[in-house]
Design a protein around this ligand. Structure first.
Ligand code: IMP
Length: 173
């Protein structure tokens, strides 16, 4: 794995932006209790940093999604892990690391809508609109990035690179 030496997003930039997102989420959900549903595995670092800065009470669940066909990411999605407790009547905020084609986030929002949450919104650290195939409403977006494959801050390439504190572009081998 060869990474660009200059971070696309430094740990400091990420930290500042996550604080802004946490402030916006806290303001919007004042007086309500939030349920954060983190999309495994890439969003765990982002979710942990966001969670610690919320000023509204929040519970946490996880979901894991996978494309049936690896070669066709825009194909059907299956959920290999699903929240343990019902989301009906809850104010649900889905936490994604990155919205790329949009297929994963769209499938999660569609599936959750069927369970009648009190409200449902999406928060994504990164938005890569150049590759969007399925439109998806991102209520809270950290950064919009160009069409690069990135790793770090929880995001991986073949399970590697999640431990990096900043976000770096994967160079073509
Ligand atoms: P989508 O369904 O195409 O929007 O893809 C969503 C998932 O693909 C993300 O949650 C990531 O796990 C993965 N992904 C997409 N782009 C990147 C990237 O640049 N780096 C790491 N993972 C990515």
């Amino acid at each position: 794995m060869r990474l660009n030496e200059t971070p696309l997003l430094s740990a400091e930039e990420i930290g500042r932006r996550v604080a802004e997102l946490a402030a916006a989420v806290s303001a919007d959900y004042t007086g309500r209790e939030l349920l954060l549903v983190a999309v495994l595995k890439g969003s765990i670092v982002f979710m942990a940093d966001l969670l610690r800065q919320l000023t509204v009470p929040a519970t946490v669940e996880f979901i894991r999604a996978r494309s049936y066909e690896k070669t066709r990411p825009q194909g059907p999605i299956e959920f290999t892990y699903f929240p343990e407790r019902p989301i009906a009547g809850k104010h649900v905020l889905v936490i994604e690391d990155i919205v790329d084609t949009g297929g994963t986030a769209a499938a999660i929002l569609e599936r959750f809508t069927a369970d009648h949450p009190a409200s449902l919104a999406l928060c994504a650290l990164l938005d890569k609109p150049a590759r969007r195939e399925t439109p998806v409403p991102i209520r809270y977006a950290g950064f919009t990035i160009d069409d690069h494959f990135v790793v770090g801050y929880g995001l991986d390439y073949d399970q590697r690179g999640r431990e990096l504190p900043d976000i770096r572009i994967l160079e073509q081998e």
